[in-house]
Design a protein around this ligand. Structure first.
Ligand code: MN
Ligand code: MN
Length: 380
């Protein structure tokens, strides 16, 4: 019995290369990273780390929820975008605040009420559910509250050095303003501020609010929109899966962050490609996948990613993603850009004189015949 379970512990041996690893070793992590533990022979060269799991982050605990972040401090290569995973209890409030960075979000579980007011004095109050997005532009004040079932979401900020712990919060500002100034500002006696919090709430437990209609605030300057129902978009379907792409062309508020929600069936593959506009920040929502990133100069490395991980692909580097799990693989590809763009290796080859391509690769006629000229932004 123990012999057979020991046999299942993978050893770092590939053909004639490698040797057993008698330990110490973290077998759980080795099992999660088979392509680091025993890399494909094609992997080569000194490389950046391109993966960080939310399971390896500090979780900030508050009454009303929690948050944890993957920023440039956790994953140093990830300079363009930072991500915060947040949970709010029913009624839990991420308090009224703002920050320098734009905030893009994808709802993972439950429902939440979001509010914002823009610089024109237009307001925005909406309820969002699974698969809905919001985008609060740089400097625009906003809030999030869990509804009856609470909420979990991923927030993506358009600067890798962002920290959720250094936002401008309404309670923090009140706590650090002299009470006579507050009194003068609002034209009320100082006593009106007797009970203000002595410091930042950040997240606090509130009460589940009433229906959206009952919470509408009349706004003489009108209303604006910062949300989008991503799952209501018709997906682009291909043989191995489907994708929905959301950027400023169909979600005008998202002027600095573009996204693709990719869903791969078991065995499906996001084909070999690269992006001509910026780095790619990935968030794995469901399943398991593997990705090899090609960095020129004979450099390539393969990473295994799964639900809860952040992956990263530096600008213009070639890559693919395979579904290596038993079930579906779902992940977000995110870019600090006003538009989504990618270049397909397959399409590039198909649209170049065929003899010329063959001279490069000594490619068989079978390969040449398989090339596709249509834009398949996604999946084989
Ligand atoms: Mn925010
Ligand atoms: Mn990509």
């Amino acid at each position: 019995m123990s012999g057979s379970s020991r046999d299942r512990v993978p050893q770092p041996i590939r053909g004639n290369a490698g040797a057993t690893d008698p330990g110490p070793r973290n077998i759980e992590r080795d099992l999660q990273n088979p392509d680091l533990s025993v890399p494909p022979e094609t992997d080569s060269g000194t490389f950046y780390n391109l993966k960080f799991s939310y399971s390896d982050t500090h979780r900030r605990m508050e009454e009303g929820g929690w948050s944890r972040e993957v920023t440039v401090r956790e994953l140093p290569i990830a300079t363009t975008l930072a991500g915060v995973n947040m949970r709010l209890t029913p009624g839990g409030v991420r308090e009224m605040h703002w920050h320098k960075e734009a905030e893009w979000a994808f709802m993972l579980h439950g429902r939440a009420r979001i509010t914002a007011v823009d610089q024109e004095g237009r307001n925005f109050i909406d309820d969002v559910g699974v698969g809905d997005l919001w985008n609060f532009p740089s400097g625009i004040p906003h809030s999030i509250q869990g509804l009856e079932e609470g909420a979990e979401f991923i927030l993506v900020f358009d600067d890798g050095s962002f920290s959720e712990n250094s936002t401008f919060s309404i309670t923090d500002w009140f706590a650090h303003t002299p009470k006579d100034v507050l009194a003068a500002n609002f034209g009320v006696p100082e006593g009106a501020f007797a009970d203000i919090p002595s410091g930042e709430h950040y997240i606090f437990q509130g009460e589940v609010p009433g229906p959206l209609e009952s919470e509408k605030v009349s706004a003489p300057n009108g209303t604006t929109n910062f949300s989008h129902r991503m799952l209501e978009q018709e997906p682009i379907r291909t043989s191995g899966g489907q994708v929905r792409i959301t950027d400023s062309t169909n979600f005008p508020a998202a002027t600095t962050v573009a996204a693709a929600l990719v869903e791969l069936e078991p065995g499906g593959m996001r084909e070999m490609h690269w992006h001509p506009n910026n780095d790619e920040w990935q968030y794995y929502i469901e399943g398991k996948g593997r990705m090899t990133v090609f960095a020129a100069e004979a450099h390539a490395r393969t990473f295994d990613c799964q639900a809860g991980d952040v992956g990263y692909v530096p600008f213009a580097m070639g890559h693919y993603i395979q579904n290596t799990g038993e079930g579906p693989l779902r992940f977000l590809e995110m870019f600090r850009s006003d538009h989504f763009a990618d270049v397909s290796l397959n399409q590039w080859m198909a649209l170049t004189p065929q003899k010329f391509v063959q001279d490069h690769l000594h490619a068989s006629q079978e390969l040449m015949n398989s090339l596709h000229k249509d834009k398949r932004p996604v999946i084989r």
